[in-house]
Design a protein around this ligand. Sequence first.
Ligand code: GLN
Ligand code: ZN
Length: 756
Amino acid sequence: MAVKTLITGFPRIGEQRELKKVLEDYWAGNISFDEVENTARTLRKKHWRLQKDAGIDFISSNDFSLYDNMLDTIVMLNAVPERFAGIGDKNERYFAMVRGNEKAAAMEMTKWFNTNYHFIVPELSDDLIFRLDSSKLLCEYREAKEAGLTTKINIIGPLTFLELSKTRDGGDSFKYLHRIMPVYRELLEEIAKPGESVYLQFDEPALVRNPSGEILSLLRPVYSELAGLSDHINIIVTSYFEHSVEATKILAGTPIWGIGLDFVHGRRNLEGLEAAAAKTLIAGVVDGRNIWRNDISASLDLLNRIQKVIPQDRIVVSTSCSLLHSPYSIKNEGQGDVKKYLAFAYEKVEEVSLLARLFSSGPLSAAEESLIGENKKNLLPGSGPNRAKDNTARPAEPGGKAREGSYAERRAIQEKRLNLPVLPTTTIGSFPQTSELRKARNDYKKGLLPDAAYEAVIKKYIDDCVVFQEEIGLDVLVHGEPERNDMVEYFGELLDGFHFTKNGWVQSYGSRCVKPPVIFGDISRPEPMTVKWISYAQGKTKKPMKGMLTGPVTILNWSFVRNDIPRSVVAKQIALALSDEIADLQKAGIKIIQVDEAAFREGYPLRKENTGGYEQWALEAFRLAVSSADKATQIHTHMCYSEFSGIIKTIEAMDADVLTIETARSGNKLLGVFREAAYQNEIGPGVYDIHSPRIPPAAEFREQIMARLEVLDKQKMWVNPDCGLKTRRWEEVRPALKNMVEAALAVRGEISGAIS
Ligand code: GLN
Ligand code: ZN
């Protein structure tokens, strides 16, 4: 009997990002919701069909979403926060929750485990009335039926849902378990139809993050109850991104049907197999979140190892996690050296299918052997591009080369040199990317726009940015990043060792996608990358112009990195290139340089026992990058959505003069740890939620600033937005920043007496 196959989830944004396009058109008021639905339906059908054609047995429904699966779960449980409850139209309410409206601020968004995908954080409170809304889930299930498929239904498990929720009263979110369980139960009762077997995949990735005693103790009762409801229901509990050995042992004693484990990023899952020997094992052996071809013979070895514990007829070959984190297909890539090493979602589906076939077939035939031989040629390093110039041989102090001077010493020098007021105002770097700008950049890349004309467009944009910032009275200016399509791609294109895909888009949040570069060789900097534009911008103003770089850890974490070189080595290579760039900026007279580390936090390993190693090399890379900065050069760093508790010592050791972070949606909650740790350096807590089109009035900014002052030292606080403004429109940004500066000036006036 052939070994069965399962795909944990499939990307939904579409081969040509169709979903993104219709959503944004709908939000802009250009099309009706029906058109969004039509596109969504077409995409689902297409994705189901291609999995079916590849011979996949368990294909998911409800892996689709118009925005996010956590948001869908919030709707499914009717956990809609009160401020949106009054919006009668269901679709309007759905999008208001994530985009905000005039009356209500959007819900918080944060990163999904250690990926760059963002989910909506549920807000739980006692007044919620949990009630089942199964419409989306059932619609998609029926839609698949009409298309001739019986799908496995994906659901976010109750434990992960709660673990990722916040509570209004700050209490433990698991106290709501007894209130959401009846809703899950009702859902299952609705799904369970006599005479029809249904497969449900409960995603429980919370189980991989050093699960607490509490979550482990709830596992058995929750899944015993759900799996015991009906004989027609087969529950698979799936975890990914790491091992979940503790949970596997417990789940083995519940009446669930299968356990889904990630053997790519959670090798230790092998240790839990004995306990699970009576279950069906969904063996995630094809990496769902990197883009290299599967090493077929290594995967077969792994499956054979698993087979020693679990009989083959109870092994289902699968992806390590949802393919949501992979681009669509390499079919749309041009020819090139790197292409043959790549496998995106579509190709991974075929890999799963092929692996199951080879695994079933026992001793391999000559044809199969030669297929494996072919596969070997498409793996790095094997016959891969040679590693040309390993520049890490350049001297770098172990433990992370330190900058010159202590923070106190640097602060004194910088204060004199920069002469900034209290509560200095700044932005995070990018200004709105207009369609003209995008067109100019694309035309230039295609060779349709000559150098001089392109330069004129960029310079004009910078000119306008500077004039605007001076007009509203910001203290530290930026050039607006008009020459950058993306903060990582821009640097990758100028560094050696990177490959760029044509269509390798991966969903980041809602309609937003990123196209991570592929690091396939050693990295070096042939020439300066930002000096020309930053110097031009500085030439237009007497105020300090902030140089803008993306940090080594972020460039690494937002790229697809080859598996055969340690990440620490790649980070160091990038750091050396950036350190040269900082030296050049400094020489050109730039006094403030921001090194963005937006992805520093998300790179943390999910298991505590592994964080030490990561912290060491990540910190080392950051410090190496900024080690070329003089005492007089003020180094800023920026991090979005960071949960800093537990990593505050590392943040301290990064020793940036100024750290800007996201706090507009999360309020003071994040800042407590800085106070408790007696963090010494300056902080710019975000006061403008840039993920929402909303324009906060000056009074609201004032409140935000006053609230931050309750926690932070006024001598060391900056006023700035949460993040870059490139995804916003000028019509929003102009009034919003004007209000922000106005509020900062007012507060400055009120408190300055108290300071001097
Ligand atoms: N400087 C970048 C920008 O402003 C930072 C973006 C980020 O942190 N994601 O766009
Ligand atoms: Zn940011």
